[in-house]
Structures are given as C-alpha cells and as structure tokens.
Unconditional design. Structure first.
Length: 406
C-alpha cells in the first residue's frame, strides 16, 4: 500500500501552452519571466530576496528540464543538474478555461470539456435583472462595482462608499467568477457568506464556476485589506475525480487550503483550512503525520496566485517560491516507503503579463518519494495524467481521462 500527495502551486505555469494564442497569452511564461527579472536584478527587494531565482530542491527534481521542455528556454541563471532526482515533465491543459476549478478538476482526472459562462467586460458586468434579484433576495440596498476588476484595487476604490451605503462590492474577472467584497464588521462576515449563497443560486443557470466571498477589514483612513476568510462557492465537478475514488475506497482525502471549496466538498473527507503558504505548509505536515496507507493529501498553495500573480508582484512571487522550496526538506523527512508526491500547478499567472488575469500555460509536473525512480515523463497532453497516476499508485480503478506515467 501507499500514500499520495498532490501539491498545487497555484498559478505556477511554465509557458509553452499550445493554445496560448486563443487566450491572448502567446509568450506568457510565469517561471521564465520571474527568473528573467530576478537574474536581471529587477526583483531584488531589501529584506526579502535578491538576485537569481534559486529553487534548489525543485531544480534538483528536474524543474529546469521541465521548463526547457515546456517552452524551449531554461530559466535565467539556471544550469541543469547532472541527473535530476525526480519524475519531471510538463503538462498541457485541455479544459476550456484557465481558471482554478478547471485546472484542479483536470489534475484530478475530470477535464472541463464544456464552456463556462462569463460576464461581459467593458460595460456593466451583471444584467439589470440579475442585480435586481440580488437586491431583492440578498436584502441589500444595491451593489457597487459591477465590472471587471482587480480585487485589491476595487476595495481601495469602493471601500469607503461600501461602508457608507452598505452596498456590497460585486465584480468579476476574465474567469468564470462572481466575486463579492464586503467589510467583515461593517457588513458582516456571516452576512457576506449568506449573500454569496443567494448569488450562487441565482447564477447557476448562467454556468458560472464560482462565487467568491472576499471579506476585508480596515478604514478609509488606514486603507483596506482582505482577510484570510475568503470562501469559494464552486459548482461541483462534472463527474467523479480521483478524490471520489479515494473516498469511495474507504480512505481519507485531506483537502488542505481551498481544495475542498474548489471541489464543492465532493470527495474530501478531512477539510484543513489555513491562510497563507506557511500555514498551509504546516497544515500539510500535520495531515502527512495523520495520513495512512491509501490516503490522499491534496494541498493548494494559494499565495503565488492571489498575493503575487494577480498583483503582478515579481519579487513577491519569487520570494514565495524560494520560501516554499526551502521548506520541502521538512516535508520530505516525513515521507515513508511507498509514498508518491506530485507537485504541479493549475494554470499560469505571469506577473510580467498585461492585465491582472491568469495566463494559459503548461504546468510543471514533478514527482518524488522514497521509492520513486527518477525519470523524464515528457510533455503530457493533459493534466489528467496526474490524477490517473495517483489512481494507479493507490491501486484504484482508472478514470475516463488521463494516462498514468507510472
Ligand atoms: O483580483 P482578485 O480579487 O484577487 O481576483 C482573482 O481571483 C479570482 C479567483 O482566483 C480570479 O478570477 C481573479 O479575479
Ligand atoms: Mn488557481
Ligand atoms: Mn487566480
């Protein structure tokens, strides 16, 4: 028997997606562009980090080889190890959409082969009819925003007005999302979550992937800041995932961070919430200590995306990568014979790219564990190969999509 670990470094793309052009992302490459700026001295931040992007553990597993294979270029300042220590390669996404649920579901063996609904850009994002229904059924005096926006910019713009009027701030992005920002005290966290549930129901017919609660705190004088109480209200995956297989086999699925929300709680037996990569890592260590043979520990490291990718913060992204890389040995010490760990990502979010949205990219696939032999697994044509590999590793039946690389 064995255990499986899936780590999603949210938005850690490595470029080269064959369909990048269709998403307006031809040339986007999260890893490559971060490394380029680091090597050029453009991502130095006193007290935080300096110089070439240095990820010794992921590089020794074969991240450089994976990057080279995915996009044809080696990250600046990197050399390839004589012999990588892990399974290494990259995967292309087949799902229609470069959003978080699509990426995670595909990783778990259930690609999104339908088209999500999206809200229009340019004018008002939400129809008069929808806004009227939200006002009536959500019992709010109106809404603010009603546009495509960056979550931090929109609370800076409307935070004070929100406190004055009691109107929630509603916005969207190029993803299939309806986001609601509201003040934790001024509006109330519980009230915000209740409103999200109302909106979730109202937009179900529009095929929108997620409603996201974006609570924040602060004052107009000191400025506003989002808190760790974010909640995602996702529609369920379109069919069974490897999480369901593990659960149905009588084993535990530890969903660390926003995993459980992303899967609409389907297939997760143990929900472990934590805010911030450091806390997510500690929660992962705890789950690792508890996990038994046949169990799956699935962690989403959200900071890369939420705090740095969308914010187009190259130095912050680089520092977060270096910090997680440095923590990996503490996790590796807890591994037992038969364990398989796969590190990957759900989409890109190139912090040097235009706008503030995700970018269509290939993702790295790095595998390791005490008994896992190093090997080049090449470019996988779907993220679903990861779910298929986990299923095979745990002795579970195959899903409809994906081919195991073990
Ligand atoms: O700008 P913020 O609020 O972080 O929003 C981002 O977060 C959403 C979910 O990951 C994305 O669709 C993007 O809109
Ligand atoms: Mn994501
Ligand atoms: Mn995102």
């Amino acid at each position: 028997m064995a255990r499986a670990f899936l780590f999603v470094l949210d938005s850690f793309g490595i470029g080269g997606a064959p369909d990048a052009d269709a998403y307006g992302d031809l040339g986007a490459n999260t890893l490559l562009h971060i490394a380029e700026q680091c090597a050029g001295g453009l991502a130095d931040r006193p007290g935080l980090r300096k110089g070439v992007l240095t990820l010794p553990h992921m590089q020794s597993l074969g991240l450089g080889e994976a990057a080279l294979a995915a996009s044809g270029a080696l990250p600046a300042g990197w050399t390839l190890p004589a012999r990588p220590r892990g399974l290494y390669g990259a995967a292309s996404e087949v799902s229609h959409g470069k959003d978080t649920p699509s990426g995670h579901w595909e990783i778990a063996g259930q690609p999104v082969m339908f088209d999500w609904g999206y809200f229009p850009a340019g004018g008002p994002a939400f129809s008069d009819e929808l806004v009227a229904a939200i006002i009536e059924q959500g019992e709010v005096p109106g809404i603010l925003g009603n546009c495509h926006a960056s979550g931090t910019e929109i609370i800076a713009r409307f935070g004070a007005k929100h406190l004055r009027t009691g109107k929630p701030i509603c916005y969207t992005s190029s993803d299939s999302v309806f986001q609601i920002a509201a003040h934790e005290q001024g509006f109330g966290l519980e009230r915000l979550l209740a409103l999200c549930k109302v909106v979730r129901r109202l937009i179900d017919p529009l095929n929108i992937g997620r409603v996201i609660a974006r609570p924040f705190v602060g004052t107009p004088e000191t400025g506003f800041e989002r808190t760790g109480n974010r909640r995602d209200f996702s529609v369920p995956p379109p069919g069974p995932t490897v999480l369901d297989l593990v659960k149905d086999s009588g084993h535990r699925v530890f969903g660390v961070g926003k995993i459980s929300d992303i899967f609409a709680h389907q297939g997760v037996t143990d929900l472990r919430k934590a805010s911030g990569n450091a806390a997510l890592f500690e929660a992962t260590l705890k789950a690792t200590e508890e996990a038994r043979d046949g169990d799956l520990v699935f962690t989403n490291f959200v900071d890369f995306d939420m705090l740095y990718g969308h914010r187009r913060d190259v130095a912050g992204y680089a520092a977060a990568l270096e910090a997680l890389d440095a923590l990996l040995p503490r996790f590796a010490k807890l591994l037992k014979k038969g364990d398989l760990v796969i590190m990957t990502a759900d989409h890109g979010c190139d912090p040097t790219w235009r706008g503030t949205d995700h970018t269509r990219e290939r993702v790295p696939v790095l595998g390791f564990g005490p008994g896992v032999a190093a090997r080049n697994i090449g470019i996988r044509s779907t993220y679903a190969d990861i779910g298929a590999t986990v299923a095979r590793h745990l002795g579970l039946p195959a899903l409809a999509s994906g081919r195991s690389f073990l």
